[in-house]
Design a protein around this ligand. Structure first.
Ligand code: FAD
Length: 403
């Protein structure tokens, strides 16, 4: 990393990306925003891992079907899917721009969330695991964290897999696993060589729902993200799977997890936050112009104007950073530290921005009829989920000090 200049600026939005952005924007305005009031009345349903799960939980079948049809007809269902797997083959930059649009509303748009590591599937695995996920017939979850292994999964992971004559036998407990109860496929990391651990001794397995020895503990762990608990303990008790359930190479599962976290999870926190932040700013400007106190709109007050300015500056800065890093990832640059940076500031600036928006709205800011508190909780969660901000800082520092 050239810390002095941060490399040459690379990103430019092509006409094609702008066209997709406009299509997404129209869908949000015409299809999703009109449904938002209804969606927000059902917080207990939210937080399935796939947007489609949440839509089907809240809306009548014909509404969810209609949105799915729009997603498939426009191709946006496949926004994350490479061309060779029947998707749109969009660059990371295009994905980031499109996903930002959809994050403008609490109503999920049904694009399919495919973890990039599933593209490691080979031969029969692709038919069995990857294709059904791409088509929305199967849902996955990612199981790394354990009761005593959060920030340091490589060093502290206890879940193990040992090989007998024909199969792998997995034992251990994972915790905080989002969407485990609805998942058909659990992507689980287990220690296969206790000496090597994260340096060649952790393997990723795809474990199918119903496999003997696999148990998702119910009810899940309640959190403030959703009234319906959506994180779970997952127990493996002599859970046997075949070599065909190994994702990637034996011993390389920790790197695979990092590959997912770095690009798929960390970089995408940029657009996840940006859409919500932009909505919060638009709502706050509108509210501030119309809310009158002491004979004048609150927008006339410097105390309010400065909050709006802070929000705007954070949005512009995060957008530039996210688009830039997406473009660099597209050009093949190693952006692991930069993705950590995106995740960190998306979470911190996002939380700050929503805090301002709630304050500007006064009591209405706390009303669950508006999406602001829901947005706030998600953005605050980003400071912990997928690696805490302290860990992101540690990763960035490591790179800074290495040279
Ligand atoms: C809603 C939710 C959904 C989640 N979904 C999933 C999922 O789907 N799959 C999955 O595998 N996991 C999931 N997680 C787990 C999540 O990734 C972990 O909670 C996270 O990585 C932090 O681990 P921890 O909670 O064990 O914190 P700890 O590691 O115990 O850390 C506690 C505090 O100490 C700080 N800290 C730790 N080490 C250091 C250090 N070296 N220097 C400075 N500070 C440090 C941390 O930053 C944190 O502030 C989820 C968690 C939540 C809350």
């Amino acid at each position: 990393m050239d810390t002095a200049v941060g490399g040459a600026s690379m990103y430019q939005l092509s006409p094609e990306i702008k066209e997709f952005r406009d299509v997404a924007r129209r869908i949000v305005r015409d299809e999703l925003l009109p449904l938002e009031q209804e969606y927000l009345k059902h917080p207990e349903q939210a937080y399935g891992l796939q947007p489609m799960t949440n839509l089907r939980a809240v809306f009548p079948k014909q509404v969810a079907d209609r949105l799915e049809k729009i997603a498939r007809d426009t191709g946006l269902w496949y926004v994350m899917v490479p061309e060779q797997h029947g998707g749109m083959g969009l660059s990371m930059l295009a994905q980031v721009v499109i996903i930002e649009e959809f994050m403008y509303t609490a109503v999920p748009f049904p694009w399919v969330n495919v973890p990039n590591i599933l593209y490691e599937c080979t031969g029969a695995q692709a038919e069995r695991f990857l294709k059904p996920v791409i088509e929305g017939q199967k849902i996955h979850c990612f199981a790394q964290t354990e009761p005593n292994a959060g920030s340091d999964p490589g060093g502290m992971m206890k879940t193990s897999a040992t090989r007998d004559a024909e199969q792998w036998v997995i034992n251990g407990t994972k915790m905080w696993i989002s969407g485990a109860a609805e998942a058909d496929l659990i992507l689980v990391q287990a220690v296969t060589d206790a000496e090597k651990r994260q340096k060649g001794g952790i393997t990723m397995f795809v474990v199918e729902r119903g496999t003997p020895g696999l148990k998702v503990e119910q009810p899940g762990i309640p959190t403030w993200l959703s009234q319906k608990a959506a994180q779970y303990f997952v127990h493996f008790d002599d859970c046997r799977v075949g070599p065909e359930n190994v994702l990637g190479e034996v011993g390389k599962g920790f790197n695979l997890g990092q590959k997912w976290l770095t690009i798929h999870d960390r970089l995408l926190r940029g657009p996840y936050s940006l859409g919500k932040m932009q909505r919060a700013l638009d709502m706050s400007i509108e509210w501030a112009k119309n809310r009158v106190t002491f004979g004048r709109p609150i927008a006339d007050r410097q105390a309010i104007q400065w909050k709006l300015v802070d929000m705007y500056v954070d949005i512009m800065s995060l957008r530039s950073l996210t688009y830039e890093m997406a473009a660099r990832a597209d050009s093949g640059e190693d952006v692991r530290s930069e993705a950590a940076m995106v995740k960190m500031v998306a979470a911190e600036w996002g939380t700050h921005c929503l805090d301002h928006a709630i304050q500007i709205h006064g009591a209405m800011g706390e009303s669950s009829e508006l999406p602001l508190t829901q947005f706030y909780r998600y953005l605050r969660h980003y400071q912990i989920g997928g690696g805490t901000n302290e860990i992101q800082r540690t990763l960035i520092a490591r790179k800074l000090l290495r040279g």
